[in-house]
Design a protein around this ligand. Structure first.
Ligand code: NAD
Length: 350
């Protein structure tokens, strides 16, 4: 196995690993550990070129630093990627990855991301203890989706309170695009709060279950932006907020679980000009990582403490909205400022 460090300005450590015996080619980036060890998922993708994988790991690890700083997880930002075919996974490949993770001496903690399953992480853990997000029976915090959904509702209530002076959603109409693991649970939680909920998804069975069992309404994907609603929650793929869609959005608040909702950061300014309150995606969907971070509590994972920490999403979001209004900037830039401020404060000698 050959591990080569790659100096990258602004990053604490970036390394490439190749292992002839198992075919592993991977990168790990530790962006920043000011607030704690760098935690971020492992992604497996058929990248066209290694440069593309390196760009991805750099971008994603930096994003994790900001996400964790705002979410107050006590963690830094890191990420790892394997360049490979998701159809050709082997236990040996993941054990080799485990040895690579171990080389970071606990400064990088891995977890699940695209094309990675818990079984794969169990092979990683044969070689290193620095693995998080395993199932409850393996001592981890389990499936993050219900926690992520709860955190999104906490965020929605905070945004509603900021915009309308009350977090009561019972008189509001929420439109959810994509009702999978997180969006589906959001729909159920919203119905419990008495909200009117309209859903769309490419999976008709997911839509039917919410309509039949939870009193949601449905709309086709093509027509969903024609629905008059108060809150719009993107919950499928990224880049859905763009020049084509923004003019069609009737909602006063955008608050959903999907990652990378803005096609470009400048769309945050467009939303601000249009008077739409955008709750930045990585702040809204942070409960997954908050939950995982509770695996590091003294005495092990504690669900009650996790729920308390997830509720901090509300005040954090309010702080972001206030910064945006005070400085006349988009909420996505405001959340970056909040993260940078927290990092700067932590770097100050006490
Ligand atoms: P999922 O795959 O369970 O759900 C996504 C749903 O979107 C599916 O039901 C799919 O059919 C639907 N969909 C796909 N394309 C669509 C389209 N064009 N229009 C409407 N629906 C479409 O995934 P998930 O775990 O619920 O995650 C949803 C989003 O939240 C993703 O962007 C994910 O990165 C993000 N996220 C999830 C978590 C988590 O804990 N699962 C944490 C943070 C962020």
């Amino acid at each position: 196995m050959e591990i080569t460090d790659i100096p990258v300005e602004g990053y604490e450590r970036v390394a490439r690993c190749s292992d002839e015996a198992t075919g592993l080619v991977a990168f790990i980036a530790v962006h920043d550990t000011t607030l704690g060890p760098a935690l971020g998922g492992l992604r497996l993708l058929n990248y066209a070129a290694e440069d593309e994988a390196l760009t991805d790991v750099l971008r994603l690890s930096k994003g994790m630093t900001y996400k964790s700083a705002v979410a107050e997880t006590g963690l830094g930002g890191g990420k790892s990627v394997i360049v490979g075919d998701p159809a050709k996974k082997t236990p040996e490949l993941f054990r080799a990855m485990g040895r690579f993770v171990h080389d970071f001496g606990g400064n990088y903690i891995t977890a699940e991301d695209m094309n990675i399953k818990i079984e794969d992480l169990l092979h990683v853990r044969e070689e290193t203890p620095h693995v998080s997000g395993l199932s409850r029976e393996h001592g981890g915090s389990g499936n993050p989706s219900p926690y992520t959904a709860y955190g999104c509702i906490v965020a929605m209530e905070a945004a509603a309170e900021y915009r309308w002076g009350t977090k009561d959603l019972s008189q509001k109409h929420v439109l959810l695009q994509g009702v999978g693991a997180v969006g589906g649970e959001m729909a159920r939680l919203l119905r419990k709060r008495g909200a009117r909920v309209t859903v769309c998804d490419i999976r008709q069975d997911a839509v039917d279950a919410l309509v039949n069992d939870h009193g949601c309404e449905s709309v086709s994907i093509d027509d969903h932006l024609d629905v008059e609603c108060d809150i719009y929650g993107p919950g499928a793929r990224g880049a859905g907020i763009n020049d084509d869609t923004i003019p069609q959005i009737s909602a006063e608040i955008i608050c959903g679980c999907a990652n990378n909702q803005l096609l470009d950061p400048s769309h945050g300014d467009v939303l601000r000009e249009k008077g739409i309150l955008y709750a930045p995606d990585y702040v809204v969907n942070a409960a997954g990582i908050i939950n995982v971070s509770c695996e590091r509590l003294e005495g092990g994972y504690d669900e009650e403490e996790a729920m308390r920490r997830i509720e901090r999403i509300g005040p954090n979001l309010k702080a972001i909205f206030e910064i945006a209004d005070r400085d006349g900037i988009s909420t996505n830039v405001a959340s970056q400022r909040l993260a940078e401020q927290r990092l700067a404060d932590a770097r100050q000698p006490s």
